[in-house]
Each structure stands twice: as structure tokens, then as C-alpha cells.
Design a protein around this ligand. Sequence first.
Ligand SMILES: *[C@@H]1O[C@H](CO)[C@@H](O)[C@H](O)[C@H]1NC(C)=O
Length: 249
Amino acid sequence: MLSVIFNYIYAFKLAAEINKHIFLSFCLSFFCLLSTAESQVVGPHQPVVALVDDDVILPCHVEPAEDVTAEILEWTRSDLNPRFVHVWRSGQDLVNTRNPSYRGRSSLFINELKRGNISLKLSRVKLSDGGTYECSIPLMEKKSFVKLVVGKSLLISLSGTDENRGGVVLQCESAGWYPEPELLWLDGEGNLLSAGPTETLRGPDDLYTVSSRVTVEKRHSNNINCRVQQKQISKSRETHKHVPGKYRL
Ligand SMILES: *[C@@H]1O[C@H](CO)[C@@H](O)[C@H](O)[C@H]1NC(C)=O
């Protein structure tokens, strides 16, 4: 009789233990799910744009912010061999495995790592730096992509002096822009001139070329400027044309 009671108590305790384990492991996996769902590596929504020889920051950070100084951090480009652009391990830069084309040109903001900021600075950007970068914390299986677009030049060529009923036709063309810029014609006093529509071409490299023509009449001031500007990236280029003397008043 006594043993039956003991068995009963024992079985009850055992069941409680098992329940506790189930409860605990349920809790653990629940928290694991919760934390993987919450913490993530975040890059920019838009491509990053730079010109050759600029310094540029490729943004990437952990959300919510947590100290990643002790993590392995990798910036890679899957189209390169070796694919490593920058590697951080054991609290320092790992230089040996990196792709030679980035030697001495990439750096992390070490003081920012404790705030979860893994942004990479690239110095003296080259055309070949254009591409898709992956910013990752491999052991946490977290990553994000950052696209870098590198503009060749924002040069303006001003050409054409087709004579046309007492005027001169000037053409302005500017290549290597991203995002799409606007093109303006201005006279010597900075007043807008009315011109034909701006033609826009987008190359396979995602960069825009814009061009436009304007007819300068005799009575206009003989200093003409073509300005191409992109306000979002605060860049502009301007070129100047002195229309030959015979068109002076
Ligand atoms: C990360 O650090 C860089 C360099 O200081 C800064 O430009 C960027 O805004 C920072 N990003 C975040 C999310 O704090």
C-alpha cells in the first residue's frame, strides 16, 4: 500500500519534471525565434553612388543596435576571387585573406562597432569597385546587400556650331550620372534659357547620359552656360561657351 503511494508520488514528480523540460525548451526556442526575428543586418534601400577617386561609405548596421566588436564581420563581393573586401575577426582587421584590389583602401569605423554600425569606408574609389557588396555576420547567419554605383566622370562636352538663321546651335552632353540629373541652359547673367527637351539615355552600367541643344540668337548675351546637376547627391557640373563675336549686338 505504502509503495503504491510512493510510486504515485514518484510518477507525479516525474511528470512535473518532464513538463518543466518541455516548458523550458519551448521557452528557449520561443526566445530564439523571437531574437532571430528581431535582430537583423540592415543596408541602404538605395544604391550608393560615388565618383572615381571619391571616398565613400557603404552603410550597414545591426538592428536593434548591439555591440558586434567581438563578432566576425565580413564585407564580400561574390563576383570577386577572393571575395573578401574586408574581414574583422577577434577584434581586429584580418588583412591576409582580402582581395588585393582593396588593399589599404577599406576600413571599418572601429568606435562604431559597439553601436552595431558595420559601415565600410572605401577610399579612392575605382571604377571596378562598382558592384553588389554583402555585409554579414556569418556566425549569426545575418546579412544584407549594398549596391555601389561608380560614375566615370561628370564631364560636359559642348559642341556644334551649326549656323541656323542668325543663331548658333549648341549641344551639351554629360555622361556618368546617377541618379538622373537635370540639365539647364543659362545666359551670362544666370537667367534660364529655353531649350529643347533634354534627352536621357541610361546605359547598362545604370548611369545616365543627358544631352540638350539650345539655339542662341544674336540678341542674347554671348556667354552661355550649360549646367548639369543632381540635387539629391549635391553634385553639379557647369561649362561655359563664348559665342563668337559676329553674333554680338
Ligand atoms: C555609421 O558610422 C558612419 C561613420 O561614422 C556614419 O556615417 C553612419 O551614419 C553610421 N550609421 C549609423 C546607422 O549610425
